[in-house]
Design a protein around this ligand. Structure first.
Ligand code: ABN
Ligand code: CU
Length: 671
């Protein structure tokens, strides 16, 4: 191939990527509009139907090329997954629509073909209590505020203007009264803003709640357990409320005079040797598709699809008004719809490429979230180094990482989600938890075992956060085996006279029942996802290991309805054989679900998981015993895990990273 041929092929790749939608690109606004119009035309969708989501119906894996071979560095090499890619661009674009018909009290799922201009499937899902839609959220606040019983309750607390009250609809789980158990309801937490710009969580309105039927949009029950006086503080944290501000920091400029080192083509990202695609939905927010690493001209698959698939927050306080507090931010709301529009210089620094995303509002019309996803590079310290004392030479490489992130506001809390890609083939996931801790009011002098006093009469309840990170793995292809690797000390004896011996012991997880695991830091436990059919130059199975960071399990009792609904959080690792419809670890519709759906249900079948297409579900727990320092806004707390190549390469894949500065000259010491 001549240089000219290559140039024109490169241009063709860029052109085709611009003109045709890639099968994994998220729906754009026109596609959302078109899909909803087709559905309304062909099915009896009522005017008052509430759209939960209109998102890409992802094509079957067989229809996707892991990396477009024609566009990879060496076009003569096959696509990495060894998957045929029969016309990736030809995979039909389809929308997956979830809507609620409130008068029928029924949720419907539809698949609409944009290419064929027709409805592919349409089905009611009896019993499913869909998540709250944006419109319902606002209406729920409005009807609660208008309710005379709520107004009377507020007046008993000296509040005459409900506009000063923040009404927060929360998932009620199974804590419904008998007569409302069959209805789609949420309960409301109330907070008072004494001044317009006060922190509402400083004045929890204890004991007063409205339970609202979302379908009928009526208040079905108001509870008032009695007045607890407001804490005196205002919980202010804004710059203009907390001064004087420190002014001792000198500027720190991040300058990339030649621009970033990544390339973006539509939703495809290329950086160093990494290749992947971005996606986004109302439910999961950011999705990473077809993550591959280019190795000697060939894109080698690592992960087919990665996302955060549930986010569960149980609270510790068993008292009547407080015991209901728990949230499933993905199943009850959706973290895509909570995405912030990010700000340059604040949320991320450097040369940033933002991605706007299109979602559907409750009427099925598209709206845009500007700057929902951030892509940028960061210096990340040392990559590798050695000082050869004999030669007096040093080789040092600095590490650069590529960061893909998005941030959500889930009522009081912020979650910032980061995927980091490194030059040594590692990937890290990190969540930063910040925002405002959930409070309740205490009587003067009262304390509690179940939270920390963070301001006078203000209790920040202890709680936990559990993320289920779904990792649809594809290490050098779809046939992978997962091993648990523990390190064991050898017993003293003839083979271990020094009594120092230890070795890793790996054990394949052969069936689903064997693959429900917890971390074991004292054994250095990790899980290796390896491809038995792919060996590196040294004969190792190509693998990536999931290395846990700090983690925790739920303290709620295994029999409690809360744990039953979030059974995924009783284990840190689950492995399942890939099934396209198995996407959410607490089931498709966890809102008000009695429990048992998702992972505990699927894994009952105890399917074999060896040498097959596997999905890893990693539960990442962050334990939050609240501190006074978390108030009035919480310094970001971090949790995460790493995926590291282990046998995927034959040596350190980052040897070819160029030094930043000239290295010390070689001069063998003569002394
Ligand atoms: N954390 C529960 C929640 C999320 C979003 C909005 C309200 C409440
Ligand atoms: Cu917390």
């Amino acid at each position: 191939m001549t240089d000219e041929d290559q140039d024109s092929q490169g241009a063709a790749c860029r052109r085709s990527a611009r003109q045709d939608r890639h099968p994994l690109d998220p729906l754009d606004g026109n596609e959302i509009r078109q899909a909803v119009a087709i559905l309304r035309r062909e099915r009896p969708v009522n005017a008052e139907a509430r759209f939960v989501s209109v998102s890409l119906n992802e094509p079957a894996k067989s229809q996707i090329a892991f990396a477009d071979p024609a566009c990879s560095a060496d076009a003569s090499q096959p696509a990495g997954a060894g998957q045929a890619a029969p016309g990736a661009a030809a995979a039909p674009r389809e929308a997956f629509i979830v809507l609620i018909e409130p008068r029928q009290h029924m949720l419907y799922e539809a698949v609409v073909s944009l290419a064929a201009d027709s409805v592919v499937s349409w089905r009611p899902v009896p019993g499913a209590r869909g998540p709250v839609t944006l419109w319902e959220y606002a209406e729920c606040q409005r009807v609660a505020a208008a309710d005379p019983r709520i107004r009377a309750g507020l007046e008993r607390r000296g509040i005459t203007n409900p506009a000063q009250v923040l009404f927060e609809p929360w998932g009620i789980g199974t804590f419904t009264a008998a007569e409302e158990a069959e209805r789609r309801v949420m309960w409301t937490l109330l907070f008072y803003r004494a001044q317009a710009d006060d922190n509402p969580y400083a004045k929890p309105i204890h004991g007063l709640t409205a339970v609202v039927d979302l379908d009928d949009m009526t208040v079905v029950r108001v509870e008032d357990l009695g007045v607890v006086p407001f804490p005196p503080g205002d919980g202010a944290y804004a710059a203009d409320r907390v001064g004087p501000l420190r002014d001792t920091l000198k500027p720190l400029e991040i300058v990339q005079p030649d621009g970033p080192s990544f390339e973006v083509d539509g939703w495809e990202v290329r950086w160093q040797r990494w290749r992947f695609r971005l996606g986004f939905t109302a439910r999961e927010g950011l999705i990473l598709h077809t993550i591959g690493y280019e190795d000697r001209g060939r894109v080698r698959p690592v992960i087919w699809r990665a996302s955060v698939a549930e986010l569960f927050i149980p609270y510790a306080d068993p008292q009547p008004f407080l015991s209901w507090r728990n949230a499933f931010d993905i199943g009850e709301y959706g973290i895509g719809i909570m995405a912030n529009s990010l700000e340059r210089g604040c949320d991320c620094l450097g040369e940033i490429r933002y991605f706007d995303v299109q979602l559907a509002n409750s009427s099925g019309e598209p709206y845009q979230v500007r700057n929902a996803i951030c892509l940028h590079e960061e210096d990340s310290g040392l990559l590798w180094k050695h000082f050869d004392a004999d030669l007096g030479t040093t080789e040092t490489r600095r590490s650069r990482r590529l960061v893909v992130s998005f941030i959500i506001t889930a009522s009081n809390y912020e979650y910032a989600f980061y995927w980091y890609f490194y030059q040594d083939g590692s990937i890290e996931f990190e969540v930063k938890l910040t925002g405002i801790v959930l409070t309740s009011a205490l009587a003067p002098g009262e304390t509690s075992d179940f939270g920390t006093l963070v301001a006078p009469q203000t209790l920040a309840t202890h709680h936990q956060h559990f993320l289920s990170v779904r990792l649809d793995m594809a290490v050098d292809g779809l046939r992978n085996t997962v091993y648990e690797v523990d390190t064991e000390a050898m017993p003293p004896g003839p083979g271990n006279l020094s009594r120092t011996a230890f070795r890793p012991v790996r054990r394949p997880l052969r069936r689903e029942s064997e693959a429900q695991r917890v971390i074991d830091p004292l054994r250095g436990r990790y899980w290796l996802v390896a491809n038995p059919g792919s060996k590196n130059q040294l004969g190792h199975e190509a693998g990536y290991k999931l290395v846990p960071g700090s983690n925790i399990l739920a303290f709620s009792h295994p029999d409690s309805p809360v744990t039953q609904r979030a059974a995924f959080a009783t284990r840190h690792l689950w492995v399942t054989p890939y099934q396209p419809e198995e996407r959410f670890p607490a089931g498709d519709y966890p809102n008000q679900h009695p429990g048992g759906a998702g992972l505990p249900d699927w894994t009952e079948a105890d399917r074999p998981i060896e040498n097959t297409d596997v999905v890893l579900w990693y539960t990442l727990g962050s334990h939050h015993i609240t501190r006074p320092e978390d108030w009035p806004v919480m310094p970001a707390e971090r949790a995460g895990f790493a995926l590291k190549p282990a046998g995927f390469f034959g040596q350190n894949p980052a040897l070819d990273v160029a030094p930043n500065h000239p290295q010390t000259p070689k001069s063998r010491s003569t002394t």
